[in-house]
Design a protein around this ligand. Sequence first.
Ligand code: AMP
Ligand code: ZN
Length: 473
Amino acid sequence: MDNRLNLYNTLSKKVEPFVPREDGRVRMYTCGPTVYHYAHIGNLRTYIMEDVLEKFLRYLGYDVTRVMNITDVGHLTSDGDTGEYKMLKGAKREHKTVLDLARFYTDAFFEDCRKLNIKTPDIVEPATNCIDEFIHMITVLIEKGYAYLAGGNVYFDTSKLTDYYVLSSQNEEDLAVGVREGVEEDANKRNKTDFVLWFTKSKFEDQELKWDSPWGVGYPGWHIECSCISMKHLGEYLDIHCGGIDNVFPHHTNEIAQSEAYLGHKWCSYWFHVLHLNDASGKMSKSKGDFLTVSLLESRGYNPLVYRLFCLQSHYRKPLVFTYDALDNAAVAYNKLVARIRSLKKEGSADMTAAGPLREAFIEALGNDLNTSSALTVLYDVLKSDLDDLQKRTLIEDFDRVLSLDLIRAADEKDTAGTDPELEAYILERIEARKAAKKAKDFAAADAIREELSAKGIAIKDTREGTVWELVK
Ligand code: AMP
Ligand code: ZN
């Protein structure tokens, strides 16, 4: 096991050496999707970067147990306790029951993950499986004086904590902004930051899923699920908790509040947050404009792994702006990389001693707060190095255990073509140019490129998976 990961911790606001509580074992928790709609590619940026973190930990030799919840109850559109109820809104939109909606979008989420080579966590638990655990934790919080009943609901009393804002730099002023943006205040709350642990009275009286509880028939608030599901499977101490940056407040702040009040000790050591992917107009949305999903990218001819590469090209702690031009650049980079790997022969030395320094450089790049773009640079360095072809292939395959770009498989798939890599790079470049011309509605230019290729004995065909080509004998 290799101790060389340094990771930014939202809790300390510093890059710190990563040291799990138990030597060699990592307990990792990920906030899962709210399954009321498809995931957009912004959500998936977060899951891709978390996947890289998990795989790098495994690469270093840690025994990782990763747990993810599925939010199929409780999450309201405002992220606080007001706003619309997400699952109910989705069920009405699609004339489905909440459970059918949850099942459909849970499957869709894992299908997207599969296409992006995101490993399924070891344990995936829907919130509706754990109602007894929620009731138990809420009961203990009431007994310990951290929670109170008001207007039929159970609230967490944030004034009982010495430092509620351990994770975020939120203050009363920021909260007031939230209020100005139209979030209604709940008159039952003793303090503005208090949050609902269990609802029996809400404006969502037509809520389908309700359970009996000591406080009446109702349903859980959103935050309680992650604390309970994490403790159910990973125990009282967590090494890493992950999520998108929007989860810092209120979701993770509230998770810490209730977990530590319940346990009576510190709960999680490292908090890992991925910055948002935005579109050119700003925030990524599921309701307005182009709803950017993996399926949409596929229908436009992109290989989902090109989107994964696009994410790996930038650091997870920087916001990223999505444009089709940027994705086109990633597609060119991906195809060129595959073409270069394809040109490697499968003969050479099985001895990997000479590959040591490049492997070290790869670990150093990812160990430096998961610097994936530096890790990609090391990948290019492998191709440029003095290693023989087989050593290069072996090392690239090794790096791909973390990067998961299917580089060797993609290179071998078209291996039968036996095409000269330079010719292939030229063909791929012309295909991209034709795509750009079609996008710009310059169909004459697009046709001219087809003719140009055809004159050289190269036939191209547009398919759902993108444009494919073959040499006409
Ligand atoms: P949700 O399905 O809304 O619960 O979100 C699933 C995950 O995606 C959470 O970890 C969010 O923090 C994260 N997320 C939401 N929007 C974005 C975005 N635009 N870019 C990156 N991650 C996001
Ligand atoms: Zn969560």
